[in-house]
Design a protein around this ligand. Sequence first.
Ligand SMILES: Nc1nc2c(c(=O)[nH]1)N[C@H]1C(S)=C(S)[C@@H](COP(=O)(O)O)O[C@H]1N2
Ligand SMILES: [Mo]
Length: 386
Amino acid sequence: MQKIQRREFIAKGSAALTGLAAFLSDRHAYAFPSRPGEEVVKWLDQLPPNPVPEIIKNQLVWEDLDSWITPNDKFFSIAHFNRPVIDASTWKLEIGGLVKKPTALTLDDIRSRPHQEVTFTVECSGNTGLPFFNGGIGNAHWAGTPLAPILEEAGVLDSGIEVVFWGADEGEIKKADDVKFKQNFARSMSLAEAMNPKNILCYEMNGTPLPPDNGFPLRLIAPGWYGIANAKWLKRIEVRDQRFENQFMGRDYVTLREEDHNGETVWVETSVGRARLKSAPARVTRIGDDYRIVGAAWGAPIERVEVKIDDGPWMPATLDEADKAEFAWQMWSIDWPNPPAGEHAVTSRAIDTSGNVQPAMSDPWIAKKHTYWESNGQVTRRVQIG
Ligand SMILES: Nc1nc2c(c(=O)[nH]1)N[C@H]1C(S)=C(S)[C@@H](COP(=O)(O)O)O[C@H]1N2
Ligand SMILES: [Mo]
């Protein structure tokens, strides 16, 4: 199907959603820098078997990347606790805490509200690279209803500063001083962040109801944030008058960095926040001796991507302009004709429209980061030619 036809198709809106689902399952509907008859060359560096298969499912296998949109059955998922199976007919979303009119919404209530969609690449902030975890990323069309009007209608009290998104999943937490307790998954945002008009309460992924692993029946989609902010299996949204500091805000998902302040080293801890400028080589393909490197760049509006082979110069890649969106990854490619036989290192770096450059692994921003969260350093992969 042609590009223009697709755009027209989407413009028809929610009436066409059933058709959209069928349409999106055609993976070749999206442009992608691929060539007929090409063969994929596997990277030499591969992830060992997943040590936490209950927590991380379905990691992206980078060599398999051949579509701008990640189909639902190929989309990764993360569950820190259980993976709840929710009966949508009895499920309700509570809106409470410091609001004038606490309320509970059914899925039908939510579905009958204004429809809003976003194409958003979700990356887990723990997607730190080899040898542990490098496939915690996927791009989907998410659909739901804007969050802000729901909070406005509930009437946030003047004392409210924080919005907590509680999931239905729960597990045991161990804190210092031997305290153990059960808690549902939760993440929070400041009221100002929560009121961002881009945030949606999402019930559809690529035109179908959210799959169970991705949060059925309802999740937060906060475009531009790392995965952890996008709370799944929502059961309650609560407004509070203090910063919320649970496991996933204040203890885990905390980045520790050494920063330099006027020559003095300051150790800074911050809760994982918005996505960061990043790129990665996805796959090498070949037709005979005509090799090509294809990859993705995301986390900020992309100006350009450059690729380096071994210790060679940075070379400009070609951005795929066919499929792009404000919060989605952008594909890129660079031809690599007749590479010399042997093992080679392929590194990419993205440059955003403000001129920021994705940091090298040796950049203090990455090298002086002592936790693996928010690892947006340049990714190097190894490939054998010939
Ligand atoms: N309720 C709940 N929401 C959650 C999580 C979770 O464990 N429980 N994991 C978070 C993390 S760490 C990530 S990276 C994203 C991943 O979204 P996905 O599973 O749809 O890919 O979900 C987030 N939302
Ligand atoms: Mo994550």
